[in-house]
Each structure stands twice: as C-alpha cells, then as structure tokens.
Ligand binder design. Structure first.
Ligand SMILES: NC(=O)c1ccc[n+]([C@@H]2O[C@H](COP(=O)([O-])OP(=O)(O)OC[C@H]3O[C@@H](n4cnc5c(N)ncnc54)[C@H](O)[C@@H]3O)[C@@H](O)[C@H]2O)c1
Length: 286
C-alpha cells in the first residue's frame, strides 16, 4: 500500500497482539506497545509460538515466520511507537477515560498525516474527535476475536471522518487479507454486535419464558439456521462476564427495565461461571 507502511498498535491484550501480528504477517512494519511491560513480553512470546505452530502445520515457511517477526517490534515506548506511524490502532481496555487520556497523547505525538483508529466495540470515535485538530483522520476499525482468524473488519465512519480516510482503511483491511464492511453512521454496537444482540435477546426471551431450553435454542439456530454456533454456545466462547458487563452498561444508559441483564445470565455471572475460560458457563467443559 502506498499510504500505510508503519502501523502502531496500542494495547497488547487479546485483540491488540493479534491485530499486530496480522499486520506484520501481511508485510506491514508494526510497533506494538502497552502500558504494562509484562503484557508486551507475553504478546511477543505468543506471536512467536503462534507462528511456530503455523510453520509446523505447513501454513508458512521458517523464512516467512522470521521475516514477519522481524517486522513486529514489541519493546518500544508509546512515544517511540507513535513517531513513525502512518496508521494507529488503539486496542486498550474498554474504558472511555483511559482511551481519552491515550488519544490526548496520540493527538500530540503521532505524525500529522497518520490515520487514528479505535478497535473499541462500543465507544465511537466521535467521542475523541474534539481532541484532534484534524478529526477527518479518525474512525473506528473494529476487528473480531480471534483477529488472526476472523475475516471481517468493520470500518465505522463518524460524522467527522474524511472520505479519504475511509478509502485508505478499505485498502488497508484488504491488504491484511480481510473483508470490510462500512458502517456509514455511528450507532451503538455497529452492525455485527447489533445483529448478535437481536439473536441473543430472542434467545433470552424464549429461555426466560420457558418456551425452550438453552440447549434446544442453540440447536434451533445451528441446525435450523445453519449458524455455526447458537447464541448461548457462542456466549460461552466470548465470555458471559463480557456479555453481562455490556448489558449492564446498556441498562444503565437506557434505564429501561427491559434492558436489565436477564436473570439466568446474572445467576451465572455471580457464580463466576463465565464460559469456557472458567470451565463452565451455559455448558460445562470440565
Ligand atoms: N475481546 C474481544 O472479543 C474484543 C472484540 C472486538 C473488539 N474489542 C475491543 O478491543 C479493545 C481491547 O480489548 P481486549 O479484549 O484486547 O482487552 P484486554 O484487556 O485483553 O487488553 C487490553 C490491553 O490494554 C493495555 N492497556 C490498558 N491501558 C492502557 C494504556 N493506557 N496504554 C496502553 N495500554 C494499555 C492492558 O495492559 C492490556 O494489555 C477494547 O476496546 C474492546 O472493546 C474486544
């Protein structure tokens, strides 16, 4: 790509480390940074182990692996990582104040031409637009978990986002081997998480009203609609805690009793049954 050579990914957690490695494997020079050195160390080790497995499985050669790891830098400070950036992808914790503080630094340190994006699932880039002298370069770039494997990226246009930024992001997403959809207006949950919420809401309605068990609702979605996973099985994978927090936040915003987290979800959340990661959620994995 002509306009983007250097990418700075901020936040080396579940999403950031995968977004960064995907960029490096696709030929971009990527600087991954995090406020916790231990997270960076872990991300570096993870990247090496992920690509080693790819080589073992015959998906890439040893030389390709070394070249990709050579393009990924994991030991820079935020300021150093930002200096060369043509594209910034923020993937830190989902807290507005933490992101605001970070974007204040980004607006001062990143090169004037750099496109600045947030991978946030729910916080739209317009929240940060006042921090930038040129908010035309700002948008959401929303990857899905696991970002090395998931094919889709949502490009979300804010009222402030320039057409040129959207075009460059489309090129970038294609260059990292993924498919984009453009969300033309900011809306909570963008497109995919809204679709997911609609299916989950109906699943909860059927469950809470005793119409069907969660196992049968999943079977209905999987065998009747050809979904790879029903809504409850998918929640076990993504985490009941995340689902609970998102619903709690939405409920606080609307104050509508209909948006209160469903009882069956709350019970499991309070027991610490978060899904696969704890060995139990809707289903048991012990
Ligand atoms: N997990 C998902 O399934 C998923 C999917 C799509 C989008 N997202 C979005 O991606 C973002 C990151 O989510 P995650 O699941 O990777 O979180 P995570 O908790 O796994 O990782 C967050 C990382 O950010 C680092 N961090 C925190 N504050 C920082 C700061 N000020 N500067 C630099 N680094 C900082 C933490 O040390 C941590 O390593 C969130 O905005 C989330 O909404 C998550």
């Amino acid at each position: 790509m002509e306009k983007i050579h250097n990418v700075c990914v901020i936040g080396a957690g579940v999403m950031g480390r995968q977004i960064a490695l995907n960029g490096a494997v696709s030929g971009f020079q990527v600087a991954l940074t995090d406020s916790f050195p231990a997270a960076l160390e872990k991300a570096g080790a993870w990247a090496k182990s992920y690509l080693t497995t790819s080589v073992e499985k015959g998906k890439m050669t040893q030389e390709e692996m070394e070249a990709a790891l050579g393009r990924l830098t994991v030991d820079q400070t935020l300021e150093d990582a930002l200096k060369q950036a043509d594209l910034v992808i923020e993937a830190i914790i989902e807290e507005e104040e933490a992101k605001r503080e970070l974007f204040t630094t980004v607006s001062k340190v990143a090169p004037a031409h750099a496109i600045v994006t947030s991978n946030s699932s729910y916080i739209p880039s317009s929240v940060f637009a006042p921090l930038f002298s040129d908010p035309g370069r700002l948008a959401n770039l929303h990857y899905f978990n696991p970002a090395m494997r998931m094919k889709l990226v949502e490009i979300v246009r804010g009222a402030h986002t320039a057409d040129e930024t959207i075009e460059t992001l489309k090129e970038f997403v294609s260059a990292v081997g993924k498919t984009y959809i453009v969300v033309n207006k900011e809306i909570e949950g963008f497109v995919v998480n809204r679709l997911l919420r609609a299916v989950q809401d109906e699943g909860y309605f059927l469950l809470e009203n005793g119409i069907a068990s969660f196992e049968d609702i999943d079977k209905g979605a999987e065998l009747g609609l050809n979904y790879p996973m029903g809504p409850f099985r998918l929640m076990d994978l993504t985490g009941l805690d995340i689902n609970y927090y998102n619903r709690q936040r939405h409920y606080k915003e609307t104050g509508d009793e209909a948006d209160r987290p469903p009882r069956a979800l709350e019970e499991r959340f309070l027991r610490g049954d978060y899904g696969k990661k704890t060995g139990k959620g809707w289903y048991s994995y012990e």
